[in-house]
Design a binder for this molecule. Sequence first.
Ligand SMILES: [Zn+2]
Ligand SMILES: [Zn+2]
Ligand SMILES: [Zn+2]
Length: 491
Amino acid sequence: MTAPTGNPHSDPAARRAHLNREARLRQLPDIDRDLVRLGQMPDLDRWLDQIRATGGCAAPVYLAGHSTTIDAGSGDVLRHYSTVDEPGSRLAVRCRNRRATRCGPCSREHSGDTFHLVRAGLAGGKGVPASVRTHPRLFATLTAPSFGPVHRAGPCHRARRGTCPHGHRHGCGLDHPQDDARIGQPLCPHCYDYVGHVLWNSAAPTLWKAFRDNLYHHLAARAGVGRTAIRKLVRVSAAKVAEYQKRGAIHFHAVIRLDGPDGPHTPPPAWATTDLLLDTVRTAAAAVALTPPESAAYGDVRLRFGAQLDAHELSDGDGSRITDEFVAAYVAKYTSKSVETAGAVDRRINSLTDIRALRVTPHVRALIATAWRLGGLPELAHLRLRAWAHMLGYRGHCLTKTRAYSTTYGELRTARAEHARTLASTRELFTDWDTETAVESVWRYVGQGHSPAQQLIAVGIAEDIATNREIARNSAVGGSHPVHSTLESVR
Ligand SMILES: [Zn+2]
Ligand SMILES: [Zn+2]
Ligand SMILES: [Zn+2]
């Protein structure tokens, strides 16, 4: 007779118990079955610690490997961490997706980093001197021009009379509530310039660059110096976020600051005032005019910014809405959103069949199809419009900044890792920047994502963290955060 080993492969009693348990599990709905399995995981507590450390990330990346911190002088091993002792010999780390539709917790962390990054550039901190508050600073919004009338919130094109050649009325006359699905949709899709719209989105990063170059050129003209000399007198530092309007056109919100020639630590020359910067921003944007690559698909096209340019001086909070805090929160908010704001999709398109199957408005479908069609033309191949069709042609980054503006995401993460190091050994994963120590790490990707039960638990952890943060914030400021409550009002 075989001695009971507890191993279902060799011990009949253990095997019967195992089969009974499996049979009972099969009678449960999928999610419950998965939860019971998870509950039986031998090192469940450690797995929960890992998920807590990711903030309840919705799609954690699992890594296997090790990290050894060595004293560079003596060669002594100061710390050693390996995933061998972790559940499944692997470690969960954040997916770091900035989009709220992909991962709520990571997008919130990214928004927080963006807030600190933008705020440091405005008010100082994180290595930026507080004296930047005295430099000329603006918050500007640069939009796309019109590609044809679209329905808009509130009274919609009341004054326009007559019809277009396709029989659509030029005016709409309705009063659209803020959440009306028609807002951003063209009055006549046949009259709408889809080609111009997609080309503009595609050129948006180049338009922004041309605007920044113009800023220097126009500053040079005002100072009466040459284009090379101006860069020895003044530095334009900026951070900008790209956002989709309801109609699917990109626009930019930018923080623009004038520094001395060596960046934030040097004051700008006395002639470089806020008023001068306001004027220069206007003329520099108006002067941008780019020609897209020549193509038989369209005639003469000039790409420009829209006439509607919004620029405000930033205040230190003396009753004005446009404060440092406000702007930092406003910009941070948009980094967690993307093309979804325009009702488009956040994944790549692979074929025309894909486009037909999308659950989007006819307007978004027309924009994606236009990008796809233009992307097939050899003369436009370098624009890679098919790869960026789901982004309605825009292939730029959500947030960009000039080098001297403020800190970086990487530095913020390193600072957070340094802080967290004492709290959890798993944070060893981050590189140690101390000059006296060396870190030797080997990491391998072993998978990503949660099972349904794991997902449920991660969501619970993320909600707990969000609730705790909310409680901490409310008790700290004695009410809801004033910056967030005014976010919508400036739009
Ligand atoms: Zn995540
Ligand atoms: Zn309308
Ligand atoms: Zn028409």
